[in-house]
Design a protein around this ligand. Structure first.
Ligand SMILES: [Zn+2]
Length: 207
């Protein structure tokens, strides 16, 4: 484990390195926050959006939780979405899940009243809805991977259905929502939903 002094030293080296590359880096960044993407991802340490898609600093407005769930009754999720869309006016929302996700595994393999298992119950219930499709797959790895994809699509649906998003589209504010799955074993993102940029496209996709 690194000590506090070692962590602070790493931070100083990073800040100095940024200034060496671009003396105006912090001055420019401090002026305003204009993120281009609201990212809803998993808390897993291997899936930070800044590491997966190289973009200028400040591009991502990030919400992460176990299993990249957008729970429609969760105030934290709703506040992030509302702030992203109404205040920051981000033009794009991405839900990103990933293979080998501990949250998906927990939802598929166990059940208890511990907080992690209560949270992943959102995914567990979804797995029950797709029980037939999942059990038709030949092994557990494929079931977990398919569940990761189904979970992302379901969270994209949850977002599209909120009054926040419906009203955003109604007033003509540009906003596209889509879902990715990241494969931690090859570093690649895959698109698992259409790019939904209007109520019409959402209805075509979600029925
Ligand atoms: Zn995860």
């Amino acid at each position: 484990m690194l000590s506090i002094d070692q962590l602070l030293e790493r931070n100083r080296r990073w800040a100095n390195g940024q200034i060496e590359k671009d003396p105006t880096f912090f001055a420019t960044l401090a002026e305003e926050h204009e993120p281009q993407i609201c990212w809803i991802g998993c808390s897993d340490g291997r899936v930070s959006p800044e590491n997966l898609i190289p973009m200028p600093a400040g591009t991502f407005f990030v919400h992460r939780n176990i299993g990249n769930v957008f729970a429609v009754g969760d105030l934290n999720c709703l506040a992030v979405l509302q702030y992203a869309v109404e205040e920051l006016r981000v033009p794009r929302i991405i839900v990103c899940g990933h293979y080998r996700c501990g949250g998906i595994r927990a939802a598929m393999t166990r059940q208890s009243t511990k907080p992690v298992d209560l949270w992943t119950d959102h995914i567990r219930q979804l797995a029950r809805l797709h029980d037939e499709e999942l059990h038709a797959l030949p092994d557990e790895t494929q079931r977990l991977q398919r569940m990761t994809e189904l979970n992302v699509a379901s969270q994209v649906r949850n977002i599209c259905r909120t009054a926040i998003i419906q009203e955003t589209w109604k007033r003509g504010q540009p906003l596209a929502i889509s879902g990715f799955v990241y494969d931690v074993s090859d570093g690649l993102l895959r698109s698992v939903t259409p790019d939904i940029d209007s109520a019409t496209r959402w209805k075509e996709w979600d029925g």
